[in-house]
Design a protein around this ligand. Sequence first.
Ligand SMILES: Cc1cc2nc3c(=O)[nH]c(=O)nc-3n(C[C@H](O)[C@H](O)[C@H](O)COP(=O)(O)OP(=O)(O)OC[C@H]3O[C@@H](n4cnc5c(N)ncnc54)[C@H](O)[C@@H]3O)c2cc1C
Length: 372
Amino acid sequence: MPHALIAGGGLIGLLTAREVRARGFDVTVVERGACGREASWAGGGILSPLHPWRFPDAVNTLAAHSQAIWPGLAETLRERTGVDPEYRPGGMIVIDEDDPDEVRAWAERQRVAATPLARGQLTAMVAGLRPPAGHCWLLPDIASIRNPRLLRALIALAVGEGVSVLEQTAVTGVAHANGRAIGLDTAGGRIDADAVVICTGAWSAGLLGGLGAEPPGIRPVRGQMLAFAPPPGLLERIVLTEGHYLIPRADGTVLAGSTVEEAGFDATPTTSARAELFDAATCLLPALSEVPVRAHWAGLRPGSDDGIPTIAPHPALAGLWVSAGHFRNGIVTAPASAGLAADLVAGRKPALDPAPYRWPPAAAARPTPAGD
Ligand SMILES: Cc1cc2nc3c(=O)[nH]c(=O)nc-3n(C[C@H](O)[C@H](O)[C@H](O)COP(=O)(O)OP(=O)(O)OC[C@H]3O[C@@H](n4cnc5c(N)ncnc54)[C@H](O)[C@@H]3O)c2cc1C
């Protein structure tokens, strides 16, 4: 059986490992810390791009294919591992959207439901929300997932399916000879492989330097979140406004996100972000000001200028692929990204057109999303 190494045990690496395994490879995930503790753990778990009409088709295509996979995947995770990742198809309310034509055109093009909401309908749906200043929409088919539980379940599922996981093992470089990747160099020595996939999120560009092609421009973009602990029932749907959102969990927890900060590889939460998130959340839903804040954390998104991940073979080294740069949409787009990467590794005709995710991202040819 050919052996594939996946560098990075975040959501992208773990799902890719499963898919590559399903295509007939012996697979090992090499993770420098513990799997699923970086961006994939820190994320909000909204299974949609925020304001999806502002994103290029390449992102929405990955999202749409993944949205069809998520309900079954969440059920498999729950059934086979006993850990419920809390897939919640409660819908997303978007308030203060100033371009209703753009929303309508996107919904028609993507064939998804988007219902305009009058102020009375909005109040009936979310009691206590501050009065909106602009157009409001309900996207009824948008779901969310609870990241830490998702990752816990996924690690168990992947291992149960035969994926090997090597934690506390930092990858230091890609081993290569005669124009071919032959494995990974790690802090614990070299591991040989027939195929290597780099899924190290925000840290990917560093591992891809010096290999005969300019690495994709992936950089860390810090995001911070707060968790409020109200009694169950305060909020039942995701609410999104310009720059901020609230996400309800099954036990009543409300997450408030998020910041978008260029802070290098510093994932320390800051008091200024805490104040910003608290103010935005309590302005949106004033009842939250009476509620304790249970947690505050930060994660490093794998940022890319256009928000489009690179899922592609390395142009100079055979046997090497990358799947990274999912930026703000790495949770929603993960299942389809994993399927595409695995098809490429296995030399199968991909189910998705790989062209938009090619290496290096031809940023000039791609539309840039405004905002999120
Ligand atoms: C605050 C916040 C909110 C977000 N909300 C959402 C959302 O609602 N919906 C959505 O779709 N997306 C969201 N995202 C984005 C999403 O979380 C990311 O795009 C996604 O998790 C990226 O997954 P990944 O596996 O590529 O990266 P990561 O989860 O960061 O995984 C990369 C892994 O590689 C490992 N690694 C790095 N270097 C090495 C090395 N040298 N050797 C071995 N291992 C290494 C790391 O330890 C890590 O485990 C959010 C992100 C943040 C921070």
